[in-house]
Design a protein around this ligand. Structure first.
Ligand code: GRG
Length: 296
């Protein structure tokens, strides 16, 4: 796994550089505190799993490095926006994220809301720019698919279901649907982005979607396990929250042991969808293994 960790770290570094390049603080402007907050959020580390999915899937289709990294940076901006808004007092009210104070604690609530808004819109600005891909149809498709993945049918819809779940205990199909929307759809579009950039045929995209579907669920089950078994220092955020909030999770529904088995089974199943790509898909196979072995 150490070779994979190096590959993940190398990709994270490349994406971080691109993110930094998109967010330049202009000391001459009074609105510079907004850009500072955006930089604080996106340059704070994180595993950069979604950007890795974009560049690894783009690698299957000989997409240019610049197209892949710009798209990866856009996806990471959307992910970071969701973390900032999720941490707000009106949502999860968290003070720690990626091992440092959340955006509203470091700055203030209004700045955190605006930094999240500006990261979301910046992501679409990047995707719409011809430097991301010369073909406008490809850019439109990226924009459409990302918008669907993170809007009411995807992440934001999943977030409202999550907030509502505090009022009523959900069953397994309901938790699965919620998590698929809340975290799975962004993971899926990250995988599909490489195929969109590479104008890949539908059969190939179908295989990537199937991989992403299983990977997303495995990722969420491990997230639930980390909330129970992990500690704040390793995980970089408060743990034990799901139980305290009385929320149904894969762990509360399946138990720790079965939840871990399910995550491992899903990661293996995810890897099997990649057979058509042969060894070219090894980075995606390794990522599936990493997702179930992660400790943060
Ligand atoms: C507020 C619009 C809105 C959406 C929030 C995704 C989400 C919906 C909230 C994030 C809160 C959370 C802990 C979700 C569980 C899964 C998840 C997305 C974990 C964080 O992702 P990682 O582990 O984080 O990839 P890093 O920091 O490594 O990028």
């Amino acid at each position: 796994m150490s070779n994979f960790s190096d590959a993940l770290a190398e990709n994270a570094e490349a994406v971080t550089q691109v993110l930094g390049h998109f967010l330049v603080v202009d000391d001459e402007t009074p609105e510079k505190s907004l850009t500072e907050a955006m930089r604080y959020v996106v340059l704070a580390g994180g595993k950069r799993i979604r950007p890795f999915l974009v560049t690894a899937s783009a690698g299957l289709f000989n997409v240019s490095e610049s197209s892949a990294l710009r798209t990866a940076a856009a996806v990471e901006m959307v992910h970071c926006y969701s973390l900032v808004h999720d941490d707000l007092p009106a949502m999860d009210n968290d003070e720690l994220r990626r091992g440092q104070p959340t955006c509203h604690i470091k700055y203030d609530e209004a700045t955190a809301i605006l930094a999240g808004d500006a990261l979301l819109t910046k992501a679409f600005e990047i995707l719409a720019n011809p430097a991301t891909h010369p073909d406008p149809k490809v850019r439109c498709e990226l924009i459409e698919e990302l918008a669907k993945a993170v809007g009411e049918e995807g992440m934001v819809g999943g977030q409202i279901l999550d907030l509502l779940s505090k009022q009523r205990t959900l069953d397994k199909p309901e938790v699965t649907r919620l998590q698929r929307m809340k975290t799975g759809e962004l993971i899926a579009v990250s995988c599909e982005a490489g195929a969109i950039l590479g104008k890949a045929p539908e059969a190939v995209r179908h295989a990537l979607r199937a991989y992403a579907h299983d990977l997303g669920l495995a990722f969420q089950i491990v997230d639930d396990l980390l909330d129970v078994e992990g500690n704040e220092t390793d995980v970089g955020k408060k743990t034990g929250k799901d139980k305290a909030a009385g929320k149904a999770t894969f762990v509360s529904l399946l138990g720790i042991e079965h939840a871990r088995e399910r995550a491992e089974m899903l990661a293996e199943q995810a890897a099997r969808h990649l057979e058509i790509f042969e060894e070219k898909a090894d980075p995606l196979r390794n990522l599936a293994q990493f997702v179930v072995e992660r400790r943060s």
